[in-house]
Each structure stands twice: as structure tokens, then as C-alpha cells.
Design a binder for this molecule. Structure first.
Ligand SMILES: [Zn+2]
Ligand SMILES: [Zn+2]
Length: 136
């Protein structure tokens, strides 16, 4: 379930939510609002990105696309494990991606599409703080 934030209030009372998928944190510090993520979440996401890069499973441009989607707040998590990612064709379509499958044209042909990076990065950022520290 997506949380609908009322936008009718003035900018000064508007709440900014952390963009890390699945994080419902509210941002208060101006630097965090500008970044779109809390300091902690931004650090976790950056480390997760580095780990995915190290695995070499995805092309650098795929990783860049996935990280751009995450950082711009385009990814929503309507339920745990399900990530709704907008198509990079910008035609308004979205894909419900999980850790193991993606319904996009590439994913349907069992190819590794960039959408699959999003569950991986999100999972790493959320669960593996100890292993993240080790990998850092
Ligand atoms: Zn957060
Ligand atoms: Zn896909």
C-alpha cells in the first residue's frame, strides 16, 4: 500500500520521505531532503551498489539505470518483496519486479534486466549491514 502524502499544504510543512525503496523515513535535514535519502540510507544504498558492481553480474549501464531509478524515488514497494519500477521507455508502463523475476520484455526472455538490480540493492541495504561493513 502506497502512502499518499497530502501535497495541498504549503511547502514549509510538506513532508519529505526517504527514497530508499521500502523506507518510510521522513527527512528533516535540508541536506537529506536535497539528496532524497537520509544519510544512513544513502550510505547503505551506495555500499549495496558497490557490492552489486563487484559481483559483475550486471553491466555498468544497467547498474546506473537501476541506481538512478532508486535515487529519483521512482521505485515503490506496495508489498514486501514486490517492487514497482517504471519502464525506462517512459511510456507510463510499470513492472512488478521481484527478487527472482521481472515481467518486462527482457525479463520475460530470462535475460538479466536492470530491474532485477533493484530488489538486490534494496535487500542488501536493508538486511546485510554487517556484511556490508565487511565488504566496504
Ligand atoms: Zn531511509
Ligand atoms: Zn525487467
Amino acid at each position: 500500500m502506497a502512502i499518499v502524502v497530502c501535497m495541498s499544504e504549503t511547502a514549509s510543512t510538506e513532508q519529505h520521505h526517504c527514497q530508499r525503496p521500502g523506507c518510510k523515513g521522513i527527512l528533516t535535514a535540508p541536506e537529506s531532503v536535497a539528496r532524497g535519502m537520509s544519510v544512513r540510507c544513502a550510505r547503505l544504498v551506495r555500499k549495496a551498489e558497490a557490492i552489486v558492481e563487484l559481483t559483475g553480474q550486471f553491466k555498468p549501464e544497467q547498474l546506473a539505470k537501476a541506481m538512478a531509478a532508486i535515487r529519483s524515488g521512482l521505485v515503490s514497494v506496495p508489498e514486501p518483496g514486490l517492487f514497482v519500477v517504471p519502464s525506462s521507455k517512459n511510456d507510463g508502463s510499470t513492472y512488478g519486479t521481484t527478487a527472482t523475476s521481472c515481467p518486462c520484455p527482457a525479463g520475460a526472455h530470462d535475460r538479466k534486466c536492470w530491474h532485477l538490480i533493484i530488489p538486490i540493492v534494496t535487500d542488501l541495504a536493508r538486511h546485510s549491514r554487517r556484511s556490508l561493513a565487511k565488504a566496504a
